[in-house]
Design a protein around this ligand. Structure first.
Ligand code: AMP
Ligand code: GLY
Length: 421
């Protein structure tokens, strides 16, 4: 079969790495891809959001199945468009993608279905938002309603910080239209985890658990990023807790969407906080997480293509996933300044040495080949991922591999996986 992956990050590199090993695939393409992906697939110079261009490519090349990685093309309706063109697509419809692309839509579904989440209000007018936060002396969380690459969340300890966040989002338009409407919610506390499931209408199949690290610096300090590292599995999610998460969160959200006439088909990701009052939803994503996918793909033993086909053909109830029992950990290296402004075009060395280590894989996120050498081309540059006999071993190997890689201004967290130790 001919398969096209949409996206250019570490998540898509991990998909490409897994799919390149599939016996069902004759031709693997990726749009737009990156230099790491180019070693495994034919990269196509089309932006992930170029819907007409992608449809044309799919028709011209008789692509059988498209795997959509990032949220933007899903929110724009790429999967609807390709399904209408008669192609198998892994990724939810535009309507279903609202669970991520519109945080207020997600809150409304959760409210109707009594799904545990932080109490929240929405604001479209900066003046009313400012008046409201002046009276909130408790810590609160301010979120852009639309898509902001994981950066549109501010945790504010007092009204001064809240006013600053509103200024940046609503008045200065840091996140464009996505931040013109905001959600203000209570700050929850507890350990976090990412729970991902394949969902097809009413069938829900959980992947192994994972944990992301969103703040840029050690000890979970500094501004929010798309994710600085992840590991799988996370010991905080016990089988009993997963049963509770299925009953109280996944089943009601899928039902709530069905009540709105929306059938969810794809990966549904719940970012959860395990509060003293039980698990509560921080956010839903309509896709796999980045970087959670990197350790998950290192651990998945089943042929990913068989899973995608089963999903696309409505046979999710007939699959069973086989996982490596060893944990995996991914540490992300970023450009100096990320998640703010950062330089690009800086030469990177050492990837080949790191990649040569057993059970280590370096996934590219923001890299580019400039004709001579590999250079940085994004905020998140690489995700060094390793399997180990236990989490301590996986960590040691990931950091040993990271030690071989160098570029000017390189930053990475030194404490990925600390909660699991
Ligand atoms: P989100 O993109 O909504 O998952 O938020 C990004 C990160 O912000 C989460 O991973 C949490 O660390 C933090 N966060 C979001 N909402 C809350 C909340 N209500 N209380 C505490 N932390 C939160
Ligand atoms: N790692 C968080 C996300 O993919 O949104």
């Amino acid at each position: 079969m001919k398969v096209l992956i949409i996206g250019s990050g570490g998540r898509e590199h991990a998909f490409a790495w897994k799919l390149a090993a599939s016996t069902h695939i004759t031709d693997l393409f990726c749009a737009p891809g990156n230099p790491g992906i180019a070693e495994l697939a034919d990269v196509v110079p089309l932006a992930a959001t170029d819907l007409p261009g992608i449809e044309r490519f799919v028709r011209l090349n008789a692509i059988d199945l498209v795997l959509i990685g990032p949220e933007d093309p899903l929110a724009l309706g790429l999967s609807d468009r390709l399904r209408n063109a008669g192609v198998l697509v892994f990724g939810p419809s535009k309507a279903a993608a609202q669970i991520e692309s519109d945080k207020w839509f997600a809150k409304e579904v959760m409210r109707h279905q009594a799904i545990p989440t932080a109490d929240a209000r929405t604001f479209t007018d900066p003046l009313s938002a400012e008046e409201y936060v002046k009276a909130r002396t408790d810590p609160i969380v301010i979120k852009a309603i639309g898509l902001a690459k994981g950066k549109g969340v501010s945790i504010c300890q007092n009204p001064t910080e809240s006013l600053h966040a509103i200024e940046i989002m609503m008045r200065k338009g840091r996140f464009g239209e996505a931040g013109k409407r905001i959600v203000i919610e209570e700050k929850l506390s507890g350990p976090e985890c990412s729970v991902l499931a394949f969902v097809d209408k009413r069938t829900i199949y959980f992947l192994e658990t994972a944990q992301d690290h969103k703040p840029v610096d050690d000890g979970d300090t500094g501004p929010m990023t798309g994710g600085m590292g992840a590991y799988s599995p996370t010991p905080v999610v016990t089988p009993a807790l997963l049963t509770q998460i299925e009953r109280d969160i996944f089943v009601p959200v899928v039902d709530g969407l069905l009540r709105e006439g929306i059938e969810y088909q794809g990966c549904l990701y719940a970012g959860l906080m395990l509060t003293p009052n039980g698990p509560k939803v921080l956010e839903f994503n309509c896709r796999f997480g980045d970087p959670e996918t990197q350790p998950l793909m290192m651990r998945l033993k089943t042929d990913l293509m068989e899973v995608l086909l089963a999903m696309c053909e409505g046979k999710l109830d007939q699959i069973s996933l086989d996982w490596d029992h060893r944990p995996a950990i991914c540490v992300v290296a970023t450009s100096k300044g990320y998640p703010g402004e950062y330089p690009t075009g800086i030469p990177i060395t050492g990837i080949t040495d790191a990649d040569a280590m057993p059970d280590v894989k370096v996934f590219h996120s923001g890299t580019k080949f400039n004709g001579k050498s590999l250079v940085t081309d994004g905020g998140r540059v690489l995700g060094v991922t390793a399997l180990g006999a236990n989490i301590t071993d996986a960590r040691r190997r990931a950091y040993a591999a990271m030690g071989k890689i160098k570029f000017d201004g390189m930053h990475y967290r030194k404490d990925i996986g600390w909660q699991a130790l």
